[in-house]
Design a protein around this ligand. Structure first.
Ligand code: LLP
Length: 403
């Protein structure tokens, strides 16, 4: 059992060995096809996590000026930073240009015009890829579907020619190629095959090669297994990249880039929370935890289900509605969850919280920021450089806290 007396729950617990294995596998699989991966830093911006990702040589995919500046500050090279987002402000564009990022992923005709104007004022060349909304169904939750007509992302193919014309006529725009991202937590490879077919069509129809394109960025979206994370800790990157290689028909000299977030980090993190109370409902029993939607928003926002384990007890089981303390009825981690008999004081592990948990943390109800702890067999320099870290001992080993 965990001997965490004195350690304040809830907290995020990251397994850095699993993170490294995942990064290794993804990199090896991508290298076989000479593909480039940018880490979508929105998935998890914890400095220890991003430090390791940077050590592995990944680039970074940003969606705000702050992410760009923070990525630079943390040592990601500017020439590996791509920057998407439907609402880049003038200041954000200016800052990214000043810092010579690799490429803007441009999401509208008007944004392209503004980038052109700002680049011309600054007498700087803006490298741009045009994000196209391809109308491909990702078969995932509607809130994380991005490639359909109803979604705000990307340029509709009907406006692509106008955008290409502007790139051709402007002396300040350097057209790099096309960008696509159809959604997140995509668990079948078929949508990626469909995306490639659509990319092939668009590439030919608009004669993108003769526009001087050098890159194609296919975004992210590869899903993870939330139902059985222990048996599926690392996504099948080999099959993912193979499906792309089999279906993509564009000239060989075009470099293919990806922006993977969740698939790289989701399984290496758990959220550890303590049971504050149990309570009898009319036809159910509630387990009330000290973590809530403020530490893991995914269930309340997307009806997502994360595996929950009682790490203080085993044996006979009951069904519980596991809920948080926040004043919202949607603050529910799971309904009728089967757990070993659960009591006040027990610790629960909510699994697969490495992606879109800590980075989406809220301060609603004036909740305190949850801390992060790290489990590793190897030494990581950011931890050793950090002063005043605490450590906790559990049956699984020694963890360190650094933030
Ligand atoms: N590229 C772009 C342009 C994106 O918008 C995203 C994610 C990614 C790459 C990375 O996608 P990934 O490989 O992580 O699927 N908060 C939601 C997920 C939102 C994803 C937003 N965009 C969740 O918790 O499920």
């Amino acid at each position: 059992m965990y001997t965490t007396s004195g350690i304040k729950t809830p907290y995020y617990l990251y397994d850095l060995d699993l993170l490294r294995q995942t990064l290794d596998e993804a990199r090896q699989a991508a290298n076989q096809h000479d593909y480039h991966i940018h880490y979508a830093i929105k998935a998890n911006n914890n400095p220890i996590v991003t430090g390791i990702i940077n050590d592995y040589g990944y680039g970074v995919d940003c969606v705000s000026g702050s992410e760009v500046m923070e990525a630079l500050h943390r040592g990601f090279p500017a020439e590996k930073i791509v920057y998407a987002g439907v609402g880049k402000s003038d200041d954000e564009i200016r800052q990214a240009l000043e810092n010579d990022i690799f490429c803007f992923n441009v999401e509208s005709l008007e944004e392209l015009q503004v980038i052109d104007e700002i680049a011309s004022e600054m007498k700087k060349t803006a490298r741009v890829a045009l994000r196209v909304n391809p109308g491909v169904q990702a078969h995932t939750h509607k809130y994380i579907t991005t490639g359909l007509d109803e979604n705000k992302f990307g340029i509709h193919p009907s406006q692509l020619q106008e955008a290409l014309n502007l790139c051709r006529s402007s002396q300040w725009l350097d057209f790099m190629g096309l960008h696509f991202h159809i959604g997140s937590q995509i668990t079948s490879l078929q949508p990626f095959a469909d995306l490639c077919q659509r990319v092939n069509e668009i590439w030919n129809e608009f004669d993108i090669t003769s526009m001087g394109a050098r890159i194609l960025n296919l975004g992210g979206g590869l899903g993870v297994n939330y139902e059985d994370p222990d048996n599926n800790p690392i996504p099948d990157f080999q099959s993912f990249f193979s499906v792309i290689a089999e279906n993509l028909k564009i000239p060989e000299h075009i470099k293919v880039h990806f922006e993977l977030g969740r698939s790289l980090v989701a399984q290496c993190g758990n959220l550890i929370t303590r049971v504050l109370y149990t309570k009898k409902g009319v036809d159910k029993e509630f387990v009330i935890t000290d973590a809530g939607m403020t530490e893991l928003m995914r269930p309340s926002l997307y009806q997502a289900r994360h595996r929950i384990e009682n790490i203080s007890n085993s044996g006979e089981t009951c069904h519980y509605d596991v809920v948080g303390p926040v004043c919202e009825s949607s603050d529910v981690f799971g309904k009728a969850v089967e757990l070993p008999v659960t009591r006040r004081g027990h610790l629960l592990a909510i699994k697969s919280c490495g992606a879109y948990a800590e980075s989406m943390m809220l301060r609603y109800n004036m909740r305190a920021r949850a801390k992060s702890f790290f489990k590793t067999s190897g030494k990581i320099s950011p931890i050793s450089q950090c002063k005043g870290g605490e450590s906790i001992t559990t049956e699984e080993g020694q963890f360190s806290r650094v933030n």
